[in-house]
Design a protein around this ligand. Structure first.
Ligand code: ADP
Ligand code: AMP
Length: 216
């Protein structure tokens, strides 16, 4: 299964990606996670990406695409993968298509997580991430008062780009640059929409049901 998750920031892509990738036994590849690992590791890529991430803008395509090409060339992605956060605009989608064609494969499904903007803002405002295992939590919905990860005991942190003004910019960037992917993939006849409101487990159930006809 070669799968892409699309939806606004805060829709629950990272949250669902953890469960869907594990259910399907495919690697979860999140460009946001790779950029953040580079930022905390102080690499050249991280220094470059941070400038854009702090503003809520997209990291330039050239840099992002080279990074994804390297990652998709690794052995574990040969038989399938779940992409979270890539592609983020139509040029990235076109290049991904070409890149996969070079490998002799194609995307099977693009799963759109559909949720309204008020809910997305609520979700982003309370998002916490585990610095050790990367698991995503929410202060209210998961009742996280202690900032400790229930999965691994690591410390939770709030992402720098979840500040109010950056969130506003990221939502604009989504509407301007990423939302057009929905019609792009609808035309390719591989788009599947899922209602992403409601409890996490319920959304996972709907997502797995929507993916079932595509699982080989
Ligand atoms: P994205 O990767 O799309 O930006 P995340 O998966 O990081 O979104 O989720 C954003 C926030 O919303 C996190 O704090 C997460 O715990 C919370 N969240 C995700 N799915 C749900 C849900 N179905 N109900 C309530 N909160 C959710
Ligand atoms: P995310 O973790 O998906 O919310 O991404 C966090 C930030 O990383 C984004 O706001 C962008 O600055 C950057 N980023 C992640 N994926 C991409 C991408 N495909 N193209 C460009 N920038 C990206």
């Amino acid at each position: 299964m070669r799968l892409v998750l699309v939806g606004p920031p805060g829709a629950g892509k990272g949250t669902q990606a953890q469960f869907i990738a594990s259910n399907l036994s495919i690697p979860k590849i999140s460009t946001g996670d790779i950029f953040r690992a580079n930022v905390s590791g102080g690499t050249e890529l991280g220094k470059l990406a941070k400038e854009y991430m702090d503003r809520g803008d997209l990291v330039p395509d050239e840099v992002t695409i080279a990074m994804v090409r390297d990652r998709l060339s690794e052995d574990d992605a040969r038989d399938g993968f779940l992409l979270d956060g890539f592609p983020r605009n139509v040029p990235q989608a076109e290049i991904l298509k070409k890149m996969l064609a070079e490998f002799g494969v194609a995307l099977d499904v693009v799963l759109e997580l559909v949720v309204d903007e008020d809910e997305v803002v609520r979700r982003l405002a309370g998002r916490r991430t585990c610095g050790r295992c990367g698991r995503i939590w929410h202060v209210d919905f998961d009742d996280k008062k202690d900032d400790i990860c229930d999965a691994c005991g690591g410390s939770l942190y709030q992402r720098d780009d979840d500040k109010e003004e950056t969130v506003r910019r990221r939502l604009e960037v989504y509407q301007e640059q990423t939302a057009p992917l929905v019609s792009f993939y609808a035309e390719e006849k591989i788009l599947v929409g899922v209602d992403a409101a409601g409890p996490v487990e319920e959304v996972t159930r709907r997502a797995m049901e929507a993916l079932a006809p595509h699982v080989g």
